[in-house]
Design a protein around this ligand. Structure first.
Ligand code: PBG
Ligand code: ZN
Length: 326
């Protein structure tokens, strides 16, 4: 493109007023593109604050249904559900229990006629007593024996009424295993949102407190991605697409915008980005101290994630963002 030079070129002309800036805006985020993560716990009438995530709660099923009513009224696209089960075991059987905590929450939402897209996270770490995302063999997270269990969890969540299942365990072959299980389980129409490029990130800290899902020993670096690698993320995404993923996700979001951008350029499928708990906590904490403007920082970060190429943004700011976005 041939651009004139100063003084003919004056880029400030379109920045002069609010109305001009609005007209020239390249990225517009709408509440419908946001998914709000929610934590569901046993009990009734409970809204238990999550200390490291001010403004976020562990909700009993009834409170979750009420919260979803509020989110829907604000035009939010949907929710991503995580569960705190009554008990845990070595295999994480709570993940596929017909009466599991997330299964119950989904059924309650469907009964209430919620218009939200209900995304069910598919992983074992909230349900295993050791806190790893797969089953252990000789102290290591065993890939192939975990696949069957993830498939069972996905079928159980879809049967409860989940609109989308979102595998986050980072096991090789998990998307194929889940696709096969869904198809054989009579759920060929349930889409898979794959946590394709999920990094072994320090920004998951507050989530692990919220979901009580920290590994009791070791860490997740043997299955989640190594933060320095971006080309490998594209291979993960291509593999998940080949296995049948319908939506690809990058997680965390802001520290990995380069990965998101490269994915946008390479793949024509819907892309999601997850602004994780630590990203939320940083803005919330600095906002509480008056060191940063919470709303402005949240808005800028969400806009940056959309500008980098995300079609869907998963964010703990979803509810409040609905207000400033509309
Ligand atoms: C579990 C899972 C995690 C998150 C989403 N699913 C934590 C982890 O991998 O340890 C993190 C989300 C967040 O930090 O907000 N597989
Ligand atoms: Zn997990």
């Amino acid at each position: 493109m041939h651009e004139p030079e100063f003084p003919t070129l004056r880029l400030r002309r379109l920045r002069r007023t609010t109305a001009l800036r609005s007209l020239a805006r390249e990225t517009r985020l709408s509440p419908a593109a946001l998914l709000c993560p929610l934590f569901v716990r046993p009990g009734e009438g409970i809204r238990e604050p999550i200390v490291s995530m001010p403004g976020q709660f562990r909700l009993s099923v009834d409170e979750l249904v009420a919260e979803c009513g509020d989110l829907a009224a604000r035009g939010i696209g949907g929710v991503v559900l995580f569960g705190l089960p009554e008990s845990k075991d070595a295999e994480g059987s709570g993940a596929w229990a017909a009466e599991g905590i997330v299964q119950r929450a989904i059924r309650a939402l469907r009964r209430a006629g919620s218009p939200l897209v209900v995304v069910a996270d598919v992983c074992l770490c909230e349900y295993t007593d050791h806190g790893h995302c797969g089953v252990l063999e000789d102290g290591e997270v065993a890939n192939d024996p975990t696949l069957d269990l993830l498939g069972r969890a996905a079928v159980s969540l879809a049967a409860a009424g989940a609109d989308i299942v979102a595998p986050s365990a980072m096991m090789d072959g998990q998307v194929a295993a889940i696709r096969r299980a869904l198809d054989e389980g009579g759920r060929p129409d349930t889409p898979i949102m794959a946590y394709a490029a999920k990094y072994a990130s320090s920004f998951f800290g507050p989530f692990r407190e919220a979901a009580d899902s920290a590994p009791r020993s070791g860490d997740r670096r043997g299955y989640q991605m190594d933060p320095p690698n971006a080309r490998e993320a594209l291979r993960e995404m291509a593999a998940d697409l080949a296995e049948g993923a319908d939506v690809l996700m990058v997680k965390p979001a802001l520290p990995y915008l380069d990965v998101l951008r490269r994915a946008r350029e390479r793949f024509d499928v819907p892309l999601a980005a997850y602004q994780v708990s630590g990203e939320y906590a940083m803005i919330a904490a600095a906002g509480e101290r008056g060191w940063i403007d919470r709303q402005a920082a949240a808005r800028e970060s969400l806009t940056a994630i959309a500008r980098a190429g995300a079609d869907v943004v998963i964010t703990y700011f979803a509810k409040e963002a609905a207000e400033w976005l509309s």
